[in-house]
Design a protein around this ligand. Structure first.
Ligand code: SF4
Length: 401
């Protein structure tokens, strides 16, 4: 018999709307060089009729200025002849995402609401800790996957972010932290998690191209060991992510039974828990020093029993996964259908997993005073008038200066 549940469309099969790749000029006719690889940069110059040898040399210089020095103005590029600056300015631009709103929490967490040239809003968050600073980067505007505990899941997918918009988040954070030129040591921004809005493996090529730029040792130079890609379980893309990007893997597990995971991470109806854990076991380069992180949001009376904890241990052991479990107290948002588990429940769950020799720290909520849960800033902003946002952005840009 067909029930309402099995008549529901299975999420995740809708291909995200493709976006124009490199070389599509902006409205002002200029080409944005941000997000281009060295080869693409060279091709952009050749397409603008620069002679081949010149294009090769200039591409190298431009690439260095963009990704190592953080330059956004051609006039700052002292090893490119002054007479060439106007030629470059007429044809090219080095963009940054537009900042609609920027907030700083009392705990130091910084959150930005960003806007693309076609007026799409997305978010990034910087979380400073004693020994590291982590930037949480978005990969899509909205999300197709509708995880029921996630605020971004209530927004429809608008489109994939381009490589420029993804790497642009890292560049903007570096601008804000004053971390140019790219330093090998002493940085505040030390880690990146692809854990913002969207499912990165549904925007695979753009995420891969952006992360390759982020990892390039001559540019932004963040080691692949300091980058984590978080997926809700797009199983067919996981092997490719391992082979072509090779960063750390995090998996939004959140439940250990089919019934509950089908509800809270509906992609589970397409790729089940066992299939997902097998893909984790096959992910290249994992070992005890480089474990897979399993994200587990603590939802009261939904996924937080001692039996759930024991089943989690059983599953991780069955697949022999070098694992770390991140327990995330649920951060409710307006209209959410769940509550956070009690502190006692979280403690009990954590001790069972710890007792089995698997690390299971409880993540401290960050930036609660600034709508820092994924998707909250975007929604809060949509309720404000344009004028109010502009006023706040002006005030906050002073705070970030
Ligand atoms: S948790 Fe991630 S994959 Fe699920 S709806 Fe939210 S943004 Fe999308």
């Amino acid at each position: 018999m067909q029930t309402a549940a099995n008549l529901m469309p299975i999420p995740g099969h809708i291909d995200p709307v493709p976006v124009p790749r490199s070389f599509v000029p902006r409205n002002d006719g200029r080409i944005d060089l941000l997000g281009l690889s060295l080869a693409d940069l060279r091709m952009a110059l050749e397409t603008s009729q620069l002679e081949e040898k010149q294009a090769k040399l200039r591409a190298k210089q431009l690439w260095h200025w963009i990704y190592n020095r953080g330059a956004t103005e051609f006039s700052a590029m002292t090893d490119i002849s002054k007479t060439m600056h106007p030629w470059l300015e007429q044809r090219f631009v080095i963009s940054r995402p537009n900042v609609v709103e920027a907030q700083v929490s009392t705990d130091g967490t910084r959150k930005w609401l960003l806007r693309s040239d076609d007026a799409q809003d997305y978010e990034m968050v910087f979380i400073p800790d004693a020994d590291r600073g982590t930037l949480c980067v978005s990969s899509q505007v909205g999300c197709t996957l509708n995880c029921t505990f996630c605020h971004t899941g209530t927004m429809r997918l608008v489109r994939n972010l381009t490589p420029a918009e993804i790497v642009g988040q890292v560049m903007l954070a570096r601008d804000s932290l004053g971390e140019w030129p790219s330093q090998p040591e002493g940085r505040m921004l030390t880690n990146i998690v692809m854990m913002g809005m969207g499912e990165p493996l549904y925007n695979f090529e753009n995420v891969r191209d952006a992360l390759k730029l982020v990892m390039d040792g001559a540019g932004l130079a963040l080691s692949r060991r300091r980058i984590t890609l978080s997926t809700s379980g797009v199983v067919p893309m996981m092997a490719r992510a391992g082979a072509e990007i090779g960063v750390n893997l995090a998996v939004s597990l959140h439940a250990v039974t089919k019934e509950v995971r089908d509800e809270i991470v509906p992609l589970n109806r397409k790729y089940g828990i066992e299939e997902l854990l097998q893909a984790c076991a096959d992910y290249p380069g994992t070992n005890n020093a480089r474990r897979i992180t399993f994200e587990y949001v603590m939802l009261k009376d939904k996924n937080d029993s001692d039996d759930d904890a024991r089943e989690l241990v059983r599953l991780l052991r069955k697949y022999e996964l070098p694992a770390k479990v991140n327990l995330i107290p649920f951060n409710p948002w307006p209209g959410a259908q769940y509550e956070c588990s009690t502190p006692e429940r979280i403690k009990s769950f954590s001790s069972i997993v710890f007792g089995a020799g698997i690390s299971a720290p409880v993540r401290t909520p960050r930036g609660r005073d600034i709508d820092a849960a994924c998707g909250q800033l975007k929604t809060a902003s949509e309720k404000k008038s344009r004028a109010q946002i502009d006023r706040e952005a002006a005030a906050e840009s002073d705070a970030f200066a």
